[in-house]
Design a protein around this ligand. Structure first.
Ligand code: GLU
Length: 502
């Protein structure tokens, strides 16, 4: 048997670091076993999927060196004789309908004519009665001939699978000590074909894994709940099921599923920040696996040679940015001078056009760009407490202003449609000062209140923000500067400045 594995991302938004993680495991398993690594694009949710996002997946896999053997043709990757590898193209080729028909003929699936309104009412009743939310199987008993007639007359329908009503589903995943056990009655009569005729993920994935000759489906454990449906579909469609293996989800430090709010999840972000693909891959490899000799740094090719699926760690590996940064440093310092130079130039270039108009006023020679633009490139800036005390402010007052403004920025960026550019920031900060000092904004004029109002002078606040953000008392125009430094770094630096004033 030739090993054939796949990843099957849905092209919505930016390519996800989880796709790289699952991709790496599948790639290594394929290479270790002399097999094939397939990419399939699962874009049956046409409201959310975009071709740009699919292209970003191809490019990111290429960047990481996880080149696929079969899949959509792109930049020297892909091709293969089991295509098309994009599900929307497979829908258009009529691939899924006949499998749904087969299940209907066998009596293993049925037409459901319940409307969105019916389903909504059903859900509300179930919620009110504290019952599990699932389809109540109202259409399940109908005759196929009658249902076909209704459908032919133009009534809207979906096709659902006839999930067993009793018994247990049991599956032993090779990575898990305990088998997965689920009562069938808890499992919904899953929609297989939607009212627009498009398949759902479940039908499409099972059919495609079969037609593409996939031998092992290695994916994240969030799909474990779907496994009963997938095994059932394989059985009832007469397929030999691939082996299903579920690896641990990447986690935030608090053990929740990795999320944008707590960790960067977009591969484009890592690329833009200057992470080296080798370092990111090595880091991902260590999350699920380990070198047999405990070595921390190894190449993709090395990983492919020692990879052992049975040694994958499923215990929800924590995505530790500090560790990634450490590895990145190691890889970076080991670069050849040529590549290092290329990385340095690339980093400078990534901001050069935006920064030059800001810093050129102070430049006399080309080299001046380097130190003039330092606060924009640096990870952090050096702050001196005495610079953080504009005329007339003491430590407590300066700290108070920084803290309030930092909180205001946090609220601003969390708001809908907040734009982090110079004009918007200027308008926001001026309005913020105005609101703080407007008559009536503060309680009656006690001496403290009067001094609070006086505290919020644009002049001293602007100086304070400038020093906190850049470490210097002079900089290009403040709001352009804040805009270019970026929201995350500005907010972080306002926090560090407060600590300096302790
Ligand atoms: N399209 C699914 C996803 O976006 C694939 C799940 C699977 O691997 O079966 O992750």
């Amino acid at each position: 048997m030739t090993v054939r594995v796949r990843i099957a991302p849905s092209p919505t938004g930016d390519p996800h670091v989880g796709t790289a993680y699952i991709g790496l495991i599948n790639y290594a398993f394929a290479k270790k076993n002399g097999g094939k690594f397939v990419l399939r694009i699962e874009d049956t949710d046409q409201t959310r999927c975009t071709p740009e996002s699919a292209k970003a997946i191809y490019d990111s896999l290429k960047w990481l060196g996880l080149c696929y053997d079969e899949g959509p043709m792109h930049d020297g990757m892909g091709g293969g004789d089991r295509g098309p590898y994009i599900q929307s193209e497979r829908v258009k080729a009529g691939i899924y309908q006949k499998f749904a028909d087969k299940l209907l003929e066998q009596g293993d699936a049925y037409y459901c004519f319940c409307t969105a309104r019916d389903l909504d009412a059903m859900r509300k009743r179930q919620q009110a009665n504290n019952e599990p939310i699932m389809y109540n199987r109202r259409c399940r008993g109908g005759s196929l001939a009658e249902a076909r007639e209704r459908a032919a007359k133009g009534e809207a329908f979906v096709i659902r699978m006839k999930t067993p009503l009793e018994g247990e589903f049991v599956y032993k995943d090779r990575l898990r000590k305990q088998p997965t056990v689920k009562g069938w009655k808890e499992i919904d009569d899953q929609v297989l074909l939607k009212s627009d005729g498009w398949p759902t993920y479940h039908l499409a994935a099972v059919v495609d894994d079969h037609l593409m000759g996939i031998t092992h489906v290695i994916r994240a454990e969030e799909w474990l709940n779907s496994l009963p449906k997938h095994i059932w579909l394989n059985e009832h469609l007469g397929f030999t099921a691939p082996e299903y293996v579920h690896v641990g989800l990447l986690r935030n430090a608090d053990k929740s599923k990795i999320s944008k709010r707590k960790n960067p999840t977009s591969l484009l972000w890592y690329q833009k920040q200057g992470y080296l693909p080798e370092a990111l891959l090595n880091f991902l490899a260590l999350l699920g696996h380990s070198h047999p000799d405990g070595q921390e740094k190894f190449t993709l090719a090395e990983m492919c040679s020692f990879f052992d699926l049975d040694r994958i760690n499923v215990a929800g590996p924590v995505f530790d940015m500090a560790k990634l940064r450490h590895l990145q440093g190691q890889y970076f310092r080991d670069l050849s001078p040529e590549r290092m130079k290329a990385e340095v130039y690339r980093a400078i270039d990534s901001k050069f056009d935006a920064l030059l108009p800001l810093v050129k006023e102070r430049m006399v020679f080309g080299g001046d760009f380097v130190w003039q633009s330092e606060p924009f490139y640096a990870d952090s800036v050096t702050l001196h407490a005495e610079d953080l005390l504009p005329k007339g402010l003491d430590k407590t007052q300066a700290k108070h202003l920084l803290e309030e403004t930092q909180q205001a920025f946090k609220r601003y960026v969390a708001g809908d449609g907040a734009v982090w550019d110079a004009p918007s920031l200027e308008a926001f900060v001026r309005k913020f000062i105005e609101d703080r000092t407007a008559p009536g904004a503060l309680p009656d004029a006690t001496p403290e209140v009067q001094s609070e109002a006086a505290l919020w002078s644009p002049k001293s606040l602007f100086m304070l923000l400038r020093v906190a953000a850049t470490g210097k008392r002079e900089s290009p125009p403040l709001f352009d500067t804040l805009a270019q430094i970026g929201q995350a770094k500005v907010i972080e630096r306002l926090g560090l400045a407060q600590q300096k004033l302790r």
